[in-house]
Design a protein around this ligand. Structure first.
Ligand SMILES: [Zn+2]
Length: 193
């Protein structure tokens, strides 16, 4: 799936939370990884919501209008989500539930190499709405972790990136130590001199 953007800056540690990070300026100028339908497919493949094969199949099967509709819906959902992190309103949960009612798919039994069986839900991926649901499920799962105290914005005042802190002591401060963490360290060091 051809993308005209650099690889998305994936630091959220939860796909649902990566949605708010699809707009930002990790490399200088502000970029939007949901700017159009084609970029949406690339982003979904980058975060593991589509295989490369599925992305290619959908790019061929869906019209540009359909893909644009999905991207448009998800950009609107992202805007709502920005106002609903870390705590979400009942209205936002209702909005997610509305989207989830359009989900399609089936369960299947998967047998592993050692013969162990697992039930898996296989989402159907055919229409633009199926793409939207695929993303909405991840957002819903994020909120169902019930861990708003672990959702935080990067500690840098100029950084808009969010992450879910999976560290044991819940003290992660930066989107990335290499980027914002080091910048803050250098600044503190200069201030001390
Ligand atoms: Zn940052």
């Amino acid at each position: 799936m051809a993308s005209n953007l650099p690889a998305p800056y994936l630091i959220a540690d939860h796909v649902g939370l990566e949605v708010v990070n699809t707009i930002g300026a990790p490399y200088g100028a502000e970029l939007d990884w949901l700017v159009n339908g084609q970029e949406l497919l690339s982003w979904m493949a980058a975060v593991g919501l589509l295989t490369a094969k599925e992305a290619a199949r959908l790019a061929a099967a869906l019209t540009a209008d359909d893909l644009e509709k999905a991207a448009d819906t998800l950009r609107a959902l992202r805007t709502e989500m920005q106002e609903n992190i870390p705590e979400a309103s009942p209205e936002f949960m209702a909005r997610l539930n509305d989207l989830l009612t359009t989900g399609r798919g089936h369960y299947e039994i998967e047998t592993g190499a050692e013969g162990q069986r697992n039930m898996r839900f296989q989402p159907l991926l055919e229409t633009a709405d199926d793409l939207v649901v695929r993303v909405a499920v991840e957002i819903a799962e994020l909120y169902c972790l019930n861990t708003p105290e672990r959702m935080r914005e990067c500690g840098s005042p100029t950084c808009t990136y969010w992450f879910h802190d999976n560290t044991r002591n819940n003290r992660r401060r930066w989107c990335s130590m290499a980027v914002c963490g080091n910048r803050a360290k250098v600044k503190a060091h200069r201030a001390r001199q």
